[in-house]
Ligand binder design. Structure first.
Ligand code: CU
Length: 142
């Protein structure tokens, strides 16, 4: 009985190690389940399908007939120390959430992905989708 429990503990440690290794080698893990949900494409996604329980605002990433994709809402406001969660809902295209100043970058992600970013300093932070020039948004932190 004790022996069995030890074995199970060992297995879960190995699973954790595998997950960690995956996180460290993002490029090599483009095919992991989290990154391929829905769209299958989008190598280089740095986000996962795990939602944040604490994000103050949520921005949906949706399809748009004019700009291919859009951030909905385009602008959100939070207080310093709070987080924003982006939620990939567009089934037809992959998108990125990339800060103009380089402070955050989700990578190219597809439907089902969630990306959470905490903002610790006040300011207006513009971001975009790097592959669709019409996709722009701002986070205002007060
Ligand atoms: Cu896009």
């Amino acid at each position: 009985m004790e022996e069995l429990q030890r074995k199970e503990a060992k297995v879960s440690v190995w699973k954790m190690a595998a997950a960690l290794g995956c996180a460290l080698l993002l490029a090599a893990c483009g095919g992991s389940p989290d990154n391929t949900t829905g769209g299958g494409g989008g190598g280089g996604c740095n986000a996962s399908s795990a939602a944040s329980a604490t994000a103050a605002q949520m921005v949906k990433i949706v399809a748009d007939p004019n700009t291919i994709g859009a951030f909905d809402p385009k602008s959100v406001s939070i207080k310093a120390g709070q987080a924003v969660e982006w939620d990939w809902q567009d089934a037809s295209s992959s998108h990125t959430v990339t800060a103009d100043n380089g402070s955050f970058d989700s990578g190219l992600c597809s439907q089902g992905t969630k990306f959470v970013q905490t903002f610790s300093t006040a300011g207006t932070f513009a971001y975009k989708c790097t592959i669709h020039s019409g996709m722009q948004g701002t986070v205002t932190v007060t």
